[in-house]
Design a binder for this molecule. Structure first.
Ligand code: SF4
Length: 421
């Protein structure tokens, strides 16, 4: 069956208050009827199923002009598209809004984010409707010949496996189809703070599969949007200092959790490198020198660059994301105690990373007396991983008192030679 999904820009969700959702903050312009029609005409093609998603409700007149809804139906009929799915909150599903979307040729399904069939939890999630509202909408849809698709969230805060069972049972009874979605908070949502504060964590793939396996044939979606931690602009403050408070900053801890459980490394070998004072690291002299050297090595595309620094393990894919591009660990403020703590904390973070990310070869390029190097060395020793030093003791002895020794040609020559082997 062929299908096409269109993402319609139609302003903010009128409700915009669900604690896990950032769509309420989206500043999308509301388009005129003519603009909407042109947009649809450019995108439409004959398919078996057309899905139109907007951030909010397709049946909300404030977001989508009712005349455009009629136009969509007319176009589906013209193109011979037999099935259409759109999304809406229950309060916008009325006899009037459905009237404009009735068709003998197109089966229209309205998807509702029920999330959870429990009024107390819906209230805590700030959904702004009750199970009864959902049921009334379900009844109206059925009476008017529309289909209902229900979204149920897995691992939403305040829920457990019993709540999930209860929600699936109710949704199944009233819907044509049900889909179980893994619960990831959008970066700009209130619930994101729950993760920062350590009150809740998203399920990784294994946990999601375990929780949903009892529902056998029901459709499941582990990762329904490209997810990574995102902070609202106003929370993106510089993290400065070299104390335990900065080392164990909750933002770093959240990223480490994400990097260990959700990030998948795609390259064969890894090269661990230190951070640079200049941010993002990739514009620093050290990182430019390392990357230039990598270009001179055959198969450099197989090498995954991973930085070790006070925030922990930072795959290169994330170096320009907050807070990795907005922190200063001031080495000159380090005490013997914090250096010890740095090694202990980062050794653990590296072990966690290496337990879930496997490579064929493990290279490193550090000053041989740095805390990051010691932490990495100890982690690899504990996990019985062979770590290949790309800087020889002999070379380091000669340059260690120089400024920025890792950018010295003799050191970079060592790096190249070791990577080539
Ligand atoms: S989950 Fe849906 S209803 Fe809730 S704020 Fe987001 S778009 Fe609006």
């Amino acid at each position: 069956m062929s299908e096409k999904t269109l993402y319609l820009k139609s302003g903010k969700c009128t409700w915009g208050k669900c604690i896990f959702c950032g769509w309420g903050c989206q500043d999308e312009p509301v388009q005129t009827l003519e603009e909407l029609k042109t947009w649809l005409d450019q995108k439409l093609e004959p398919v078996d199923l057309l899905k139109i998603f907007n951030s909010g409700s397709f049946l909300d007149d404030k977001q989508v002009d009712p005349k455009f809804r009629e136009y969509v139906i007319k176009k589906c009929e013209e193109f011979g598209i037999p099935k259409l799915t759109v999304e809406s909150r229950p309060e916008f599903i009325t006899a009037k809004s459905l009237k404009g979307m009735k068709s003998d040729k197109v089966h229209v399904t309205i998807a509702i984010g029920l999330e959870c069939a429990d009024d107390k939890i819906l209230k805590k999630l700030n959904k702004g409707f009750t199970v009864d509202d959902y049921l009334k909408a379900a009844k109206l849809l059925k009476k008017n010949g529309f289909g209902l698709r229900s979204y149920v969230l897995v691992n939403a805060p305040f829920t457990n496996q019993d709540t999930l069972r209860k929600s699936v049972e109710l949704a199944r009874e009233h819907s044509e189809s049900v889909i179980l979605l893994n619960w990831f908070p959008h970066g700009y949502s209130a619930a994101f703070n729950m993760w920062i504060e350590g009150k809740w964590k998203p399920f990784d793939k294994e946990q999601f599969e375990e929780a949903t396996k009892e529902f056998g044939d029901i459709e499941k979606d582990f990762d329904n949007f490209v997810f990574r931690p995102r902070w609202p602009k106003e929370m993106e403050k510089w993290i400065n200092g070299a104390t335990e408070k900065e080392l164990l900053h909750p933002y770093y801890e959240l990223w480490q959790d994400f990097i260990v459980r959700f990030f998948k490394a795609k390259r064969k070998n890894v090269l661990f490198v230190p951070c640079a004072f200049r941010k993002p690291y990739n514009i620093s002299k050290l990182h430019r020198s390392i990357r230039k050297t990598l270009f001179e090595v055959p198969n450099s595309r197989d090498i995954h660059l991973v930085v070790i620094s006070s925030p922990g393990v930072i795959p290169y894919e994330f170096v320009d994301y907050y807070p990795f591009n907005r922190y200063d660990w001031k080495e000159w403020e380090e005490t013997p105690e914090i250096k010890k703590k740095y090694i202990e904390v980062n050794q653990k973070r590296i072990e966690n990373y290496l337990n879930t990310h496997k490579y064929e070869k493990y290279y490193c390029y550090f000053k041989l007396d740095s805390e990051s190097y010691i932490a990495l060395k100890q982690a690899c020793k504990k996990l019985k991983i062979e770590l290949i030093d790309c800087l020889s003791e002999e070379t380091y002895e000669k340059i260690k008192n120089e400024k920025n020794p890792l950018t010295f040609p003799s050191a970079l020559e060592d790096l190249k030679k070791n990577l080539k082997t």
